[in-house]
Design a protein around this ligand. Structure first.
Ligand code: ADE
Length: 231
């Protein structure tokens, strides 16, 4: 998978995508990350990337030219435009979930536009953006963290990225119920004991216990998920 990351502050993403599992996926050749800093593609002499909104209002709007130049360059250097999904994280997008992550993990080329300031010139959205995604009903200072959240959830689903595929398959949200509690050694830590059943070696009982815990947790935290299963 080729992931292109467009941002005024691409260093945030460079550091994150170089570490841990996401960095290892890159070193193993499973995913390549490409970074584009908006200022590098802005017009001299001032290299400004934003301007005030036509029609008035507060906040600055990201200008279209640097982003058009970057996307033209990506498409020219690689292949045709139809092969790209262009993602723009924004609080007014479709709310992200595991199903969307799965679908995106099958793509070969993704372009992320991380906005900042008040907004992005609508012509970029109309011309290039295929997916406008919100990571939840709250507002962040910019699109870098949402882009990274989305990238993390996609890349870990690509075969070979995490050790055992089961660890992705038993995740909350892949199963319609939330995850069950996990324990490891020691059995007794400061008087806090691991539930007996997990030490019993009885696979049927363990499975039942886990299923019960999943159900209880989902019922208290996410009754909306249970309602979906019933329908
Ligand atoms: N940019 C700012 N807040 C955001 C959110 N909640 N989701 C996606 N992009 C955003």
């Amino acid at each position: 998978m080729e992931i292109h990351f467009i941002s005024p502050f691409d260093k945030i993403a460079q550091v994150t995508l170089n570490e841990s599992i996401l960095g290892r996926a890159n070193r193993n050749g499973i995913v390549n990350y490409h970074f584009y800093n908006l200022y590098d593609f802005a017009d001299p002499p001032h290299h400004s990337i934003d301007d005030s909104p036509f029609g008035g209002g507060v906040g600055m709007i990201l200008k279209p030219e640097p982003i058009f130049r970057i996307i033209d360059k990506i498409i020219d250097e690689n292949s045709n435009r139809n092969k790209y999904r262009v993602l723009f994280p924004t609080p007014d997008g479709e709310v992200f979930n595991q199903q969307i992550a799965k679908e995106l993990s099958l793509e070969e080329n993704l372009i992320f536009i991380s906005g900042h300031y008040k907004g992005l010139d609508q012509r970029v959205r109309d011309e290039f953006v295929t997916d406008e995604i919100s990571i939840g009903d709250y507002v962040l200072t910019g699109g870098d963290l949402p882009s990274l959240v989305i990238i993390d959830s996609i890349v870990r689903l690509i075969p070979g990225v995490i050790g055992k595929i089961e660890s992705a398959e038993t995740d909350s949200f892949t199963n319609p119920l939330l995850d069950y509690p996990h324990y490891t050694r020691p059995e007794n830590f400061r008087g806090l004991k691991v539930p007996e059943v997990l030490l019993s070696g009885h696979h049927g009982k363990i499975e039942n216990w886990r299923q019960e815990k999943r159900f209880e947790k989902t019922k208290t935290r996410r009754p909306d998920l249970l309602a979906k299963i019933k329908n």
